[in-house]
Design a binder for this molecule. Structure first.
Ligand code: NAP
Length: 253
């Protein structure tokens, strides 16, 4: 449905959930993909599966909270495929869910390291290469938490608000230089993250019946759609996959 042939895409947090689905969808539409996550064996298994089904993929072990890892991953992408066209800043964590007064300061900060610094590190490492060729698409996976507030999620809400700010700032800085920075707020998605949220029992999201969550594959398709010209509408802002019109445009309903 989407033509991404010849494009090179790097997806962080590609060892499961939304990141895995994004890598598989991007490869299905012809993109060469780099899968990055801390679980090296998982990204290797998924990359091997993509290669076995006619795609082109490599796996890189990467902790997005470490800038040297992110730089190394971009370099691996350039070494293998010669360029980077699409960066999906997807890696994200929500654990430990806890109220501020009992939260562990170090654990709270580690969420900021992944969800905020990880996105900044991706931009910092990829943008110089995109600027050089005057094109590129960066999709930051956002959340309703970027503009909402929920008990027990102070780290996560703060981090997603900051990621949205990076989407805005990125568009301001590179928007006129051929680089699109786009946010995607997927709604609730049936992944390990929602299993952890349910187990916390802390706020209304934890009370949701799992049947209301959308499949990760829908988000993968939306990422491919945003990678085409359709993404122009969402430069510097979050696109919401809860929006029925967006779902229709992606081909989900
Ligand atoms: P998930 O199933 O828990 O997957 C998270 C992914 O991030 C895993 O592949 C994990 O791989 C990776 N990751 C975590 N820390 C990392 C690090 N330091 N460096 C590199 N990779 C790391 O969660 P998901 O639902 O797919 O979440 C993906 C994104 O969607 C997140 O940004 C999340 O905030 C966002 N989101 C999810 C929902 C939802 O309802 N599920 C809703 C809104 C937004 P490793 O552990 O192998 O590193």
């Amino acid at each position: 449905m989407f033509d991404l042939s010849g494009q090179v895409a790097l997806i962080t947090g590609a060892s499961r959930g939304i990141g895995e689905a994004a890598a598989r969808s991007l490869a299905k539409y012809g993109a060469k993909v780099v899968l990055a996550a801390r679980s090296g064996t998982d990204v290797e298994r998924i990359a091997a599966d993509i290669n076995g089904n006619g795609g082109q993929a490599i796996a890189v072990t990467c902790d997005v909270a470490k800038y040297e890892d992110v730089e190394k991953t971009i370099q691996a992408c350039l070494d293998k495929f010669g360029t980077i066209d699409i960066l999906v800043n997807n890696a994200g964590i929500i654990e430990p869910i806890s109220r501020i007064e009992v939260s562990d300061p170090e654990a709270w900060s580690s969420v900021i390291d992944v969800n905020v610094k990880g996105v900044y590190f991706g931009l910092r490492a990829a943008v110089p290469h995109m600027l050089q060729k005057g094109s590129g698409t960066i999709i930051n996976i956002s959340s309703g938490a970027a503009t909402g507030a929920l008990e027990g999620w102070s780290h996560y809400c703060s981090s997603k608000a900051a990621a949205l700010s990076l989407t805005r700032c990125g568009e301001k800085e590179f928007g006129d230089k051929g680089i699109r920075v786009i946010g995607l707020s997927p709604g609730t998605v049936a992944t390990q993250m929602q299993v952890d949220i349910k187990a916390s029992g802390i706020n209304p999201v934890s009370q949701l019946d799992p049947s209301v969550h959308i499949p990760a594959e829908w988000v993968g398709e939306a990422i491919c759609w945003l990678s085409t010209d359709a993404g122009d509408t969402y430069r510097g802002i979050d696109c919401s996959l809860r929006d029925e019109d967006v779902r229709k445009a992606v081909g989900l309903v």
